[in-house]
Design a protein around this ligand. Sequence first.
Ligand code: HEM
Length: 441
Amino acid sequence: MSPFEALPATRKSISLDNIQGLLEEFGVSSNGFLPEHLPLDILPDQYYTPWEDLMQSLNNHLDAGTFRKHADQLPILTLHYLSTEQEQRRAYVILAFLAHAYIWGGDKVSETLPPPITIPFLQISHHLTLPPVATYAALNLWNFRTTDPTDLTNLSAIHALHTLTGTRDESWFYAVSIAIEARGARTIPVLLLALRAAEARDFPAVTAALRVLAGCIASLGDLLERMDERCDPGLFYHRIRPFLAGSRNMAAAGLPRGVFYDCGGGRGEWWQLRGGSNGQSSLLQFFDVVLGVEHAVAGGGVSFHQEVRGYMPDEHRRFLEYIAEAFPWGLRKVVAEGGGDGDGERLACREAYRAATDALAALRGKHLQMVTRYIIIPSRQPFCAGGAVNLATASSRVGEDAGSQGHEVKAGQSQLTGTGGTALLPFLKQSRDETAKAGAI
Ligand code: HEM
């Protein structure tokens, strides 16, 4: 089943004149795509103690090889005692972690998720309009705490509430994304104002916003480069990444049909889903939409960027759709057509637009280098630091993946793929080059 099938096609017409209202309507907080308030670190109703207890001992059970036994013994809990959206999100986070721990946390992969995880996970996922898998929302957006709540860009203060490996490396991996989201949040209202200014052909205002964006993107690159401070590439590749794998194109890892979500009583369904990936972040897609960066799909079908919108929180997916539909080429359309009061204003705007797209392409270039350090190089090196789970080879070198973007990987070929099942280097290079191309106007 595709996650898109579960998504309602609601769309409201909202005026850009009320930017605050627009942001509220689409669940974009003052922290951007992060929630306004810190995620809950425990469900308040004691009814959920069995889940919370298992989460507390998750890393120990995984290390000892006893996790599945304990998960099988969980009672099947209802969602009736979750009274706020924050609590529902925490339930989703818990069940996503339990699901991935169950599937990947053993000597062999488990093809089946047991009813105590399946039943509430399908229900909460349906309620939140998210696929039942460890999405970016489960791993990052709703899974952090900080000792500096006034500044979510303070990377050193951020910690993941939960990790699958119990390592500070995994916590840091998530924390970098949190800080990036928080830093990028500042540009969201600025860019919405720029879209409005573009409609009015107010070139100086658009230029100013594009300069803010270029500066912001540069600082996102600085944050990205801090990944190396506390996240070891070998540990990431061999221990963290295997846990984040999805159930799609995972035949080589032991999931030829995906994962069976067992509802008990002989009922259940097979799901094939992408794994957790920062590619599901709404922030970079928002920049793409505003700048009018196009990500092509070879041979028709749905692009990676379109598809992973089905893995984003519903409101954020609708936000991207709304902006993309209301402004089909984003700022690019107006920048390309020109027509300001004077050539000077028009040229300055074009220059600022090029600088912003160059900055975004450069960020994608830095990301590519990071993928080389964290995936390509460690994939060629043995890992000697212990750890019970090592399905990395199986889950990242698959022989029958049809990657997104038309990067077909033929059966029998060995090809590195992303956790989402993409043929990753050609895809990431194409994404970078498409960004640079948008600036060539
Ligand atoms: C160790 C660090 C990282 C590694 C190894 C990594 C790896 C990958 C891989 C393999 C993909 C391909 C798609 C997929 O598999 O789902 C991808 C895509 C992507 N990643 Fe990362 N990533 C890292 C950190 C980050 C961070 C911190 C961000 C920022 C939020 C980020 C943003 C993206 C985006 C936006 C895409 C989609 C492709 C694009 O729009 O250009 N990644 N990443």
